[in-house]
Design a protein around this ligand. Structure first.
Ligand SMILES: *Cc1c(COP(=O)(O)O)cnc(C)c1O
Length: 234
């Protein structure tokens, strides 16, 4: 198992390096977020031994069990759809919350932060492709609401996150990633502050995402293999 992980990681790192070379970017600009959802904590420790320290989870219940058992230096990122009634846990458990997909959720996070005397690092999730099945602000909503979102003083908006539609031809995702990068630049112009993080690219399409400016690729399957969704114990 450990061997597989090591091999997978070196393949991914080479792919990241090649994509960076294509785009004349420095590989140090791209963080590999190891998506550990659906995998046991042992796998996280193995990955940690190989030098990875950013992990992604998409369910609060699963994260609550795993994070306390994780490596000490691990940085946990929430990448799922967050319900407002879980805002409290998300703020407590995670280094960064990627899926802030509505003003309502942002307000719930702000309130939780106030109660816990914390701040939260967030990314705004944008539904660039407009697919009905996807969560997120539309690009127009981001432009309308960025100032109000920025007024929520307990939230640090670090940037943006998107999921491209799945396609057997990753090249087709390029316009989605390019649009998110352009939206980021527009928001930087409006607000006069940097939004440095672009969380985009998964196993299927991360090389294209990097060529279009991704600073954080969220990779599960290519790194850890297929997820097993075992039934939860009662
Ligand atoms: C599961 C998940 C990933 C990882 O997907 P893979 O295809 O396994 O690499 C990335 N981002 C989000 C938001 C996810 O839910």
């Amino acid at each position: 198992m450990h061997m597989d992980l090591e091999t997978n990681l070196s393949i991914i790192q080479r792919q990241i390096a090649t994509a960076c070379e294509n785009a004349q970017r420095d590989p140090s600009e791209v963080t590999l977020l190891a998506v550990s959802k659906g995998h046991k904590i042992d796998r996280v420790h193995e990955a940690s031994e190989l030098g990875l320290n950013c992990f992604g989870e998409n369910k609060i219940q699963e994260a609550k069990l795993k994070i306390p058992q994780g490596p000490r230096n691990a940085e946990w990122h929430f990448i799922g759809h967050l319900q407002t009634n879980k805002a409290r846990d998300a703020v407590r458990l995670f280094h960064m919350i990627h899926g802030v997909d509505s003003f309502h959720l942002a307000e719930a996070l702000q309130e939780s932060c106030e109660k816990q005397a914390r701040t939260a690092r967030i990314l705004l999730e944008v539904n660039v492709s407009g697919e009905a099945s996807k969560h997120g602000f539309s690009p127009a909503e981001v432009l309308e609401q960025i100032e109000n979102l920025n007024d929520l003083d307990r939230l640090e908006i670090h940037g943006f996150m998107t999921m491209a539609p799945w396609t057997p031809e990753p090249e087709k995702t390029r316009p989605v990633f390019r649009q998110l990068n352009n939206l980021r630049k527009e928001c930087e112009d409006i607000m006069g502050v940097p939004f440095p993080v672009l969380s985009m690219g998964m196993s299927n399409d991360f090389e294209i995402a990097i060529e279009e400016g991704s600073t954080m690729v969220r990779i599960g399957t290519s790194l850890f293999g297929k997820r097993s969704y075992a039934k939860k114990k009662a």
